[in-house]
Design a protein around this ligand. Structure first.
Ligand SMILES: C[S@@+](CC[C@H](N)C(=O)[O-])C[C@H]1O[C@@H](n2cnc3c(N)ncnc32)[C@H](O)[C@@H]1O
Length: 281
């Protein structure tokens, strides 16, 4: 069975509304993941699709899911894609449920696993390298910048004192005890933002997104559409400002599109999603 093949892509209706797939058009899914959004687009007859992911395991699963459709595959960072000419481009940022739910990938402290977090396991640097080798000051900077982590100093100090770390749960435990008791029982576990910050740093996510936002408008035909779904304020800020500054683009979502309460309930991953769309002039 394909893990999570039945998973529901985020904001499916808005993706179709803003990409407006028409028969015969060519789309780029820059973050194909498990192929949920791609499969939606491919329901329009005669659509061609190019699918990118830096995670070879995700690509293999998407290939299985989208067998029989006209899809070209590209393994790598979307920021390095050589380019093409598309009617629409989609990027659904962040981690996939496959990555989060596979303990050996080390993305989640809810499962015991190695401190890895690489979206592309061919890449050298893992989360353990950051945690075990960065200086205390570098850790504070990383946690504040990429996770907006409360108590970043206390957490960084404890990490440096208790390292080396090799697994996710040992790190989460130290973070738990590093924060004051009043911060331990909130809506989210205190390790959540720390893990987000590490993941962003390990995968250089913001640098890749910035480069992609600079390059992708050139891969669109005039009238072509660019749709980006982000999951935290750091990503959304980059998208918002890149769209505003870019003379090649006309914004078609004055405010980001967010899921309604029904979607938020049925698909918890959608809760923080924000979709922004623009059209190539
Ligand atoms: C949220 S998932 C996409 C889910 C997909 N839209 C679906 O419906 O199944 C994000 C995917 O983007 C990939 N990804 C993240 N950053 C990337 C980058 N810079 N280049 C290529 N792929 C990236 C991740 O490996 C992950 O598989």
């Amino acid at each position: 069975m394909i893990p999570d093949a039945g998973h529901i892509p985020v904001l499916p209706q808005a993706v179709l509304t803003y990409l407006q797939p028409q028969p015969g058009q060519h789309f780029l899914d820059a973050t194909v993941g498990l192929g949920g959004h791609s499969e939606l687009l491919l329901q329009t007859p005669g659509i061609r699709l190019t699918a990118i992911d830096r995670d070879a395991q995700a690509l293999a699963l998407a290939q299985q899911r989208l067998r029989g459709y006209d899809v070209t595959w590209w393994h790598g960072n979307y920021a390095d894609y050589p380019g093409g000419e598309f009617d629409g481009i989609l990027a659904d940022l962040g981690v996939s449920s496959l990555q989060l739910d596979t303990p050996e990938r080390g993305f989640s402290f809810r499962h015991a696993g190695p401190l890895d977090m690489r979206m592309d396991p061919q890449q050298q640097e893992t989360a353990a390298d950051w945690v075990n080798h960065a200086s205390e000051t570098e850790l504070v900077e990383l946690l504040s910048r990429y996770g907006e982590v409360p108590y970043a100093r206390r957490i960084a100090r404890q990490i440096v004192q208790k390292r080396p770390f090799h697994d996710t749960q040992a790190l989460a435990d130290v973070i738990w005890y590093a924060v004051p008791p009043s911060a331990r029982y909130g809506r989210i576990h205190p390790a959540t933002q720390v893990f987000q910050a590490l993941r962003i740093a390990v995968n250089r996510e913001l640098e890749s997104l910035e480069r992609f936002l600079q390059r992708a408008p050139d891969w669109l035909k005039p009238g072509g559409r660019l749709v980006i779904i982000s999951f935290h304020s750091l990503e959304d800020r980059l998208v918002k400002w890149a769209f505003r500054r870019d003379e090649r683009l006309e914004i078609v979502t004055p405010k980001p599109v967010t899921p309604n309460s029904q979607e938020r309930q049925s698909n918890p991953r959608s809760r923080s999603a924000k979709l922004r769309a623009a059209v190539r002039r």
